[in-house]
Ligand binder design. Structure first.
Ligand code: MG
Length: 309
């Protein structure tokens, strides 16, 4: 199978021409939420319908936590602790270094979240997450329930004060999110279009202003075939996003540079490996990876090491 689709010649400098998409593991139902732990040499990811978090060390995959309360998106905070979006508990949690799980937030203005989906940590310690309703519309990825909030929004959580602020309320189903290298831009995808031509544009950009006020800069990219569910930024500020046919790479100006083709529909990606140059790809039932000529953004994907634990 063809590995790449080169759209712009500059894409060749980001990939290794003879590198292959490797299937590391299969056996999930809908894999999501990959996050790499450099200090442990492992990738943690979610198998949402099977209600488990998995751990991959090379091609050895074992259970990290089960039940996982239908965990979805994962990241690590600035102290290296796992932060997880859980459909089942409709909350955002933090796994302490002891293994204890702390609920950081489960409601906004007294109303329960729908089903927190994806999460990113800011260098100021805050945690930003999306809250579409995929975990409450059926019993497959959570528990079917009515939305209490009545919309799908993006929130900023201050883990110190546990204050939750709604930062975006103009999207249909906000899903993946990531900051630019200097954290001046927040990218958020909207999967509310269902692939329809008149659906909401897939990835939008917002300028992050003082006090976490966001200025909508409009459409960044329309991912085709959809969907941009989750994405990560590389060391040059390029955005690597899930798509219907693999992983698409966009330059910071929104130009599509190229694609890595994957045999299954992709949900999300994460940079990892000892040199941070390996892209891990969660795609429906399987975990894939490919080595790249570029590294992931260190400030976002690779928190500084914490003390011995
Ligand atoms: Mg997602």
């Amino acid at each position: 199978m063809e590995t790449y689709r080169i759209v712009d010649g500059s894409f060749r400098s980001l990939v290794i021409s003879h590198a292959q998409v490797e299937r590391l593991w299969t056996g999930g139902r809908w894999l999501e939420g990959p996050v790499y732990w450099a200090d442990a040499g492992m990738l943690v990811f979610s198998d949402i319908p099977n209600d488990r978090l998995l751990r991959a060390v090379d091609e050895s995959v074992t259970v990290f936590r089960s039940p996982s309360r239908h965990a979805n998106g994962n990241t690590r905070d600035r102290e290296g602790r796992l932060v997880t979006c859980e459909h089942g508990s409709r909350s955002v949690t933090r796994t302490e270094h002891t293994g204890a799980v702390t609920t950081l937030a489960d409601r906004y203005q007294g109303k329960r979240f729908n089903s927190p989906n994806d999460v990113v940590a800011h260098s100021d310690g805050s945690v930003w997450f999306t809250d579409p309703d995929y975990g409450i519309t059926t019993d497959y990825e959570g528990d079917r329930a009515e939305s209490e909030i009545g919309g799908c929004h993006v929130y900023r959580l201050d883990p110190g004060t546990r204050t939750v602020t709604r930062v975006i309320d103009t999207m249909v189903k906000p899903n993946g999110l990531a900051f630019s290298l200097d954290e001046s831009i927040l990218y958020v995808s909207d999967t509310g279009g269902g692939g329809k031509p008149d659906g909401p544009p897939n990835i939008r950009r917002f300028r992050v202003q003082a006090d976490a006020v966001l200025d909508d800069l409009g459409v960044f990219a329309v991912v085709d075939p959809p969907a941009s569910d989750g994405f990560r930024i590389d060391e040059h500020g390029n955005l690597w996003t899930s798509a219907g046919d693999g992983v698409h790479c966009y330059a910071p100006d929104g130009k599509l540079l190229g694609k890595v083709l994957v045999p299954e529909r992709v949900s999300n990606v994460a940079f990892g490996g000892p040199k941070h140059n390996r892209l891990f790809i969660t795609a429906t039932t399987s975990l894939y990876s490919i080595y790249l000529a570029v590294r992931g953004a260190p400030a976002i994907d690779q928190p500084p090491p914490v003390g011995p634990h």
